[in-house]
Design a protein around this ligand. Structure first.
Ligand SMILES: NC(=O)c1ccc[n+]([C@@H]2O[C@H](COP(=O)([O-])OP(=O)(O)OC[C@H]3O[C@@H](n4cnc5c(N)ncnc54)[C@H](O)[C@@H]3O)[C@@H](O)[C@H]2O)c1
Ligand SMILES: [Fe+2]
Length: 381
């Protein structure tokens, strides 16, 4: 089977990238934007950095901010109505994964109304039309939702995060501007950065990985290992490196998939509202150890990309070195080491079954089971 690769039509990178937004809007002949952004970003003036540019250029827009972290079916359905009532012809998604994913789901349903229930979009949905055009402006350095064909919506009734995979949702232009990320507090920078590292590592060892995706993932691991500590200290180099590193990770994993770190993180987001990056970061080293036997020599490459000199190391040693380097980075940026304060023992069966049913699980390099996933959760309690 041929390998498919999908990326944004256009992307801008580096400090000041958002200045290009009015030019792109005019060049594409768009008329009225629905700006999708969450309430905190509006409160802290992050969204305003973009709307000021629209104002200066005389471009019309309305703001939709009924979006919570780990966005829900209701956030999407209200958004579809808002878009249609406002007669907006494109969206500008400003935020982290939550704002960008909500915009994607809204845009998909706007152009494919037979999926208005949202639930039918889980997994790979057979939509026929590209979504309403989206210009994406990430404000976290983590999910890379601006370049991925995925979005994640929470079904609050079923305590379930639905991973939706659909090339029709891809933002047409991404503006990856580190200045949009500089207001992130330390904890958020750390958590979202570890999400990006998880994308790069899971994407590198996932079942469908191949030369082209490997190229992106190794570069992403290198950039994230080098720049996450600096980004947490809010240095311009750290922010710039993480903006790029997380995007490059997205170029890779969007095209090949992930693994059970994400499958195990999703139910924690759905049940306890655990921030996505925190959940991934805590689970990553444990699952790396579990997956090691199914990864050939790949942990040697990961260790080296993390800055470890693997000269003379045998397989067991370099595998451990890769895991230790991940643990060290996670600790240095202040991530907890276990799930004791998050998971309730009575939920373990539900969590394990939900993780097994997750769309990322089939990509895991090692065959797994509900029972083994439960043991992995248990080992973190
Ligand atoms: N589409 C994908 O491919 C993909 C990949 C991974 C995760 N996700 C999903 O994305 C969501 C998580 O996204 P996220 O981790 O980017 O966080 P988020 O979008 O949920 O935002 C978390 C909080 O951070 C705040 N915030 C964001 N940027 C800020 C900034 N610059 N300054 C100050 N505060 C800021 C937000 O207001 C919000 O309160 C989850 O639902 C997750 O499942 C999607
Ligand atoms: Fe993620």
């Amino acid at each position: 089977m041929a390998n498919r690769f999908i990326l944004n039509e256009t992307s801008y990178h580096g400090s000041g990238a958002i200045q290009e937004i009015p030019n792109e809007v005019k060049a594409r002949g768009f008329h009225k934007a629905m700006v999708c952004s969450d309430p905190d970003l509006i409160k802290f003036g992050v969204t305003k950095k973009v709307t000021d540019l629209l104002d200066e250029a005389g471009l019309e827009y309305v703001i939709y901010s009924d979006i919570k972290a780990n966005p829900t079916i209701e956030n999407v359905q209200h958004g579809v109505k808002f878009l249609q009532d406002a007669k907006a012809d494109y969206m500008i998604a400003i935020g982290g994964g939550s704002s960008m994913d909500t915009a994607k789901a809204i845009g998909i349903i706007d152009k494919n109304p037979e999926f208005a229930d949202v639930r039918s979009l889980e997994g790979v949905a057979d939509t026929k039309n590209p979504c309403t055009p989206i210009l994406a402006v990430p404000t976290t350095a983590g999910t890379a939702a601006e370049v991925t064909i995925n979005y994640v919506i929470t079904d609050a009734q079923k305590d379930r995060k639905m991973v939706c995979v659909d090339p029709h949702d891809l933002p047409i232009v991404a503006f990856v501007d580190p200045d949009m990320m500089s207001s992130m507090p330390k904890g958020l920078t750390a958590a979202t950065g570890m999400d990006a590292l998880t994308h790069a590592i899971e994407g590198y060892i996932t079942a469908g990985a191949w030369e082209m995706s490997d190229m992106f993932h190794l570069k992403a691991i290198e950039l994230i290992a080098k720049h996450l500590r600096g980004a947490v200290e809010n240095t311009p180099e750290g922010r710039e490196g993480m903006a790029l590193g997380q995007y490059i990770a997205g170029m890779g994993f969007s095209n090949v998939g992930l693994g059970i770190v994400h499958s195990m993180a999703h139910p924690l987001g759905a049940l306890y509202d655990t921030p996505h990056g925190v959940a991934n970061a805590i689970i990553l080293p444990t699952v790396m150890a579990y997956n090691a036997p199914a990864t050939g020599t790949k942990y040697k490459d990961i260790a080296e990309a993390m800055g470890v000199d693997t000269t003379g190391m045998d397989q067991e040693t370099y595998r451990q070195a890769a895991i230790d380097a991940v643990k060290k980075l996670s600790q240095d940026v202040g991530i907890p080491t276990d799930l004791k304060d998050i998971v309730k023992a009575e939920d373990l069966d539900f969590l394990s079954e939900s993780a097994y049913a997750d769309a990322c699980r089939p990509g895991n390099p090692r065959e797994t089971s509900v029972e083994e996933i439960k043991e992995l959760y248990q080992s973190l309690l």
